[in-house]
Design a binder for this molecule. Structure first.
Ligand SMILES: [Zn+2]
Ligand SMILES: [Zn+2]
Length: 249
């Protein structure tokens, strides 16, 4: 099968030992974007026009802060974003304070609408994020590529069927992609493979988390942990996808 910019990372992710290849693709795409927004993007006027407007969502703001590289670049982006946000909302915020009701001027509920719509505007701006947008775009291409390779590339087909697991959020995204892109026969193999690996993941995690809880019983104190020490983190990754926040304790 012809290699594209998406088939190589997809193959790499499915070749690697991980709990969810799509989480891995997502992490790699996020790393790439974080590098870009702390590096080359700062020199690109077109990108700066966008980040002046959008800033970054709270999740990516925290991830940018965690990287200690290029503090000056981060400060420059934040400075222009603060100026833009300030000029957009500060005046409206001041003007949205309602007049006080008095004997002469009755009560009015108009202010409630004004406050709610300003709050919506602020929320929308806080959530807007070019990193999220680019990642969503990449992930939708990866999903498309997985579907195409599953139907046209027998080596990948086999690889997918032998994949250890997918987390639940990515199981849902795979099912959606299968519903729109796979024929009924391909969907049959695809869903059978996912159902089997998912069930194994549930069984393994249920057993490991249960043993984690049983280790708190003094009678089990001396017995080996087995795989249970990381059971909480692995369960959280399976239930909510791996954003890199669940560090094994
Ligand atoms: Zn995942
Ligand atoms: Zn974001």
């Amino acid at each position: 099968m012809k290699e594209t910019i998406y088939t190589i990372p997809v193959n790499d992710a499915y070749d690697s030992e991980c709990d969810c290849p799509i989480c891995l693709l997502k992490q790699r795409s996020e790393e790439k974007e974080l590098d870009y927004y702390l590096g080359p993007s700062l020199m690109e006027p077109d990108t700066r026009v966008i980040t002046n407007k959008t800033g970054f969502c709270p999740n990516h703001m925290a991830k940018l802060n965690k990287r200690v590289t290029n503090r000056l670049g981060l400060a420059l982006v934040l400075h222009t974003h603060l100026l833009d946000f300030d000029s957009d909302i500060s005046e409206d915020l001041k003007n949205s304070a309602p007049n006080k009701a008095s004997l002469f001027k009755g009560r009015s509920s108009d202010y409630k609408h004004v406050l709610n719509s300003l709050a919506d505007r602020i929320d929308k701006r806080v959530a807007s994020c070019p990193i999220c947008e680019k990642m969503n775009d990449s992930m939708s291409h990866y999903n498309e590529t997985i579907m195409y390779m599953f139907s046209h590339d027998s080596v990948f087909h086999e690889k997918f069927c032998n994949c250890k697991s997918h987390c639940l959020p990515h199981t849902a995204s795979l099912l959606r992609s299968a519903a729109t892109r796979l024929s009924q026969n391909d969907a049959s193999d695809f869903v059978t493979a996912i159902a089997s690996s998912n069930k194994s993941s549930f069984d393994e995690l249920e057993k490991d988390v249960e043993w984690f809880t049983l280790k708190f019983d003094y009678r089990n104190k001396e017995k080996p942990w087995g795989n249970s020490k990381t059971a909480i983190q692995r369960s959280m990754k399976f239930l909510s996808s791996d954003g890199g926040d669940f560090v094994d304790s």
